[in-house]
Design a protein around this ligand. Structure first.
Ligand SMILES: NC(=O)c1ccc[n+]([C@@H]2O[C@H](COP(=O)([O-])OP(=O)(O)OC[C@H]3O[C@@H](n4cnc5c(N)ncnc54)[C@H](OP(=O)(O)O)[C@@H]3O)[C@@H](O)[C@H]2O)c1
Length: 283
């Protein structure tokens, strides 16, 4: 079958190649891919691809061979899937519990845009807690996760301030219910009960400084590729956890944000800054 495989060449990060057909394990269905989507994290992995790496975590298509253990969905079902990889291809093996049957009104292209960004948004808001009447600050709002968070939070009654670099990138967010659009975190007025930060760099300390007392900040990405520092302002420095006098900084591993742990519920109102999963009290 044909698949997109990494080249390691920044000018042409993937190319079409002939690869072996997937061999589904027990509990995995074989899906004919009709559409797939591309996540920012996946594009980062293309820069230094590991040998044999096959990208593709978000797909939509039809089941051509159901899971051998009999788990549905059955043959011919329209599905949206979230495999661990290999989805940028004609066929992919997907664990049956990572498949969902979408409503007929959702096209394959729309469905393929759902899994990683949609699940991340849902989990962010579950971790953040009820948003009704609360002030939410969202960076990277024009991205995939940002659009879903905006729509879900606004519909749940949040007053959401969306940060986008450009004006034109904000138009859809207003339609989805964002209360306010700004183009720099430093323009955010007042304090926020919930801060959802995914661009890194200076945005993280600036956003942290706007967190209300007993508020929740979740840092879940670094789209800017600039390391996020926390020891910026005097106020920030008081909030930064220290060990033996040294400030503990976030690791750049997105899984550490606790959003990728299928099935395990991340701790609420706590931020894991250095990967030990011990609750921090400084928030
Ligand atoms: N922890 C997890 O489990 C998890 C899961 C999914 C995604 N993520 C991470 O969350 C972030 C958002 O994911 P996504 O799928 O929504 O990505 P995306 O669609 O690429 O959106 C990222 C947004 O960040 C903004 N941005 C701000 N400064 C930027 C810069 N210097 N360079 C590039 N973009 C910049 C861009 O919006 P403007 O240009 O309009 O500002 C862009 O729309 C990514 O870092 C991703 O890796 C984490």
């Amino acid at each position: 079958m044909k698949a997109l495989v990494p080249t390691g060449d920044p000018a042409e990060p993937v190319k079409v190649a002939e690869v072996a057909d997937p061999r589904p394990r027990d509990g995995e269905a074989l899906v004919r891919v009709e559409a797939f989507s591309i996540n920012r994290g996946e594009t980062f992995l293309l820069e230094r691809p590991k040998p044999g790496h096959r990208p593709g975590k978000d797909v939509a298509g039809r089941v051509v061979r159901p899971a051998a253990d009999g788990t549905r969905p059955g043959v011919g079902a329209r599905v949206v899937g979230h495999p661990m990889g290999g989805g940028w291809a004609e066929f992919v093996a997907v664990p049956a519990d990572a498949l969902a049957v979408p409503p007929d009104t959702v096209s394959a292209v729309q469905g393929a845009a759902l899994p990683l960004a949609g699940l991340t948004s849902l989990r962010l808001l579950r971790v953040a807690g009820p948003v009704l009447g609360r002030r939410v600050l969202l960076t990277g709002a024009s991205g995939g996760v940002g659009h879903y968070v905006t729509e879900l939070a606004a519909n749940a009654g949040a007053h959401l301030t969306a940060v986008t670099r450009g004006r034109e990138r904000a138009e859809g967010l207003v339609r989805l219910g964002a209360s306010e659009i700004i183009h720099d975190v430093s323009d955010a007025g007042g304090t926020f009960d919930i801060v959802l930060e995914s661009t890194g760099g200076t945005a993280l300390p600036l956003a942290l400084a706007r967190l209300a007392r007993r508020g929740t900040l979740i840092w879940f990405g670094q789209a800017s590729r600039t390391p996020a520092g926390l020891a910026g302002t005097r106020r920030d420095r008081r909030r930064v956890p220290r060990r033996n006098g040294r400030a503990l900084r976030p690791r750049h591993n997105e899984d550490r944000a606790g959003l990728h742990d299928r099935g395990r519920r991340p701790r609420r109102r706590r931020m894991d800054l250095h990967g030990t999963h011990r609750p921090r009290r400084y928030l």
